[in-house]
Ligand binder design. Structure first.
Ligand code: FNR
Length: 373
């Protein structure tokens, strides 16, 4: 694994190692996968305006998220079923996050329980929540996460139904044979262990059966009545919803398009970020996930007002390639790249990263100083 020099290289190794059905599930976006490509392309259209001759001999990347101090503004997004990538699954991810002194978010559809992940050792962890029709199940899950020492709930709000991922439909994802890990997952969620019987993707049927499509802002309020943990609303893409999130008591907002797996032709998250940041008016922190693969991407998100970013697929692919060591390396590479980007842009701490360090294609044209010949 020594020849790995950037985060993206893990994807090809994972593709070679994993069964096709699993790789496709991890890699796919919805329908035409336009947003999947755009999540990356939009970063590449943002350019730097670096400042020079700044003493960058000491660079501080530490930050505080919901009051918790972490070593860098790069955290781990919730991704389902990590034991398909590696037998250590979420436990390996948790250990890698702790070693990097950053936050891991555990998926509701994890293949390790909250208790198991907690038992890997100390670490700051968030629990991602899907709201099921059966609210007793939800209350039970939240209570377990609280007891296991999880520090916040990331409420995913972009999945009343599962997006149409055509590779999963072709592969009949999770239909047959239904492996033991998914049975564990299903029983962890106190739900049916019967394999879904439809021609759709198995996961889409599972969601259709269990996840509550009536979910609305009043449920964000309801959630606050059953837990004292701060709630991050994950899946906001517009100023309108950012305002509603603040009004309804969210402790933070995650600008996310679910890794382009839900509604295709939504903008890249880096494109939507700025309007959400403006609408939040500094009342709650705004985070971003989607397409972050480079330290330069992290810097761009911070310049547009994000308080930090989360990564999804890089964790799955590095986990598949090299287990905990792979995830550690991904976090280290992103950290090193962010540090270098800061140094080359003339920033010594995260608060020194400003909007004027980047230029976007939606900026008004800059008037050049008139030349005096
Ligand atoms: C996800 N994501 C996700 N989100 C969530 O709230 N609960 C979940 O269980 C999952 N599961 C999941 C599985 C897989 C395979 C992927 C790729 C993504 C979305 C995830 O949290 C995050 O929003 C994206 O992954 C971020 O985009 P990148 O970093 O993968 O480009």
């Amino acid at each position: 694994m020594e020849e790995i020099t950037n985060v993206m290289e893990y994807e090809e190794i994972a593709r070679q190692k994993l069964p096709k059905m699993v790789y496709d599930y991890y890699a796919s976006g919805a329908e035409d996968q336009w947003t999947l490509k755009e999540n990356r392309n939009a970063f590449s259209r943002i350019l730097f305006r670096p400042r020079i001759l700044v003493d960058v001999s000491n660079i501080d990347m530490t930050t505080t998220v919901l009051g918790f101090k972490i070593s860098m503004p790069i955290m781990i997004a919730p991704t389902a079923m990590q034991k398909m990538a590696h037998p250590d699954g979420e436990n390996a991810t948790a250990r890698a996050a702790s070693a990097a002194d950053t936050i891991m978010t555990l998926s509701s559809w994890a293949t390790s329980s909250v208790e198991e992940v907690a038992s890997t050792g100390p670490g700051i962890r968030f629990f991602q929540l899907y709201v099921y029709k059966d609210r007793n199940v939800v209350a039970q899950l939240v209570r377990r996460a609280e007891r296991a020492g999880f520090k916040a709930i990331a409420l995913t709000v972009d999945t009343p139904r599962l997006g149409r991922r055509e590779a999963d439909i072709k592969n009949r994802f999770v239909h047959e044979p239904l492996p033991r890990w998914i049975q564990t997952l299903l029983t962890t969620c106190v739900l049916s262990t019967e394999p879904p019987q439809t021609s759709d993707s198995g996961l889409a049927s599972y969601v259709a059966g269990q996840v509550d499509r009536t979910l609305s802002w009043k449920d964000v309020k309801w959630l606050q009545t059953i837990t004292s943990l701060p709630i991050l609303v994950k899946g906001v893409l517009t100023a309108e919803d950012a305002k509603l999130a603040v009004q309804n008591g969210a402790a933070g907002i995650i600008v996310s398009n679910h890794g382009a797996r839900q509604l295709d032709y939504v903008p890249a998250t880096i494109t939507a970020l700025e309007e959400v940041v403006k609408a939040a008016q500094g009342r709650v922190p705004v985070f971003l996930d989607g397409g972050v693969r480079r330290g330069t991407d992290v810097f761009k998100a911070l310049a547009l007002g994000a308080s930090g970013v989360f990564i999804g697929r890089p964790v799955l692919f590095s986990l598949a390639a090299d287990g905990e060591a792979g995830v550690r390396k991904v976090l280290q590479m992103l950290r090193d790249e962010l540090e270098l980007t800061m140094a080359l842009s003339g920033c010594t701490s995260l608060k020194e990263i400003t909007r004027s360090h980047i230029a976007t294609d939606w900026d008004p044209p800059r008037s050049l100083p008139s030349s005096k010949l």
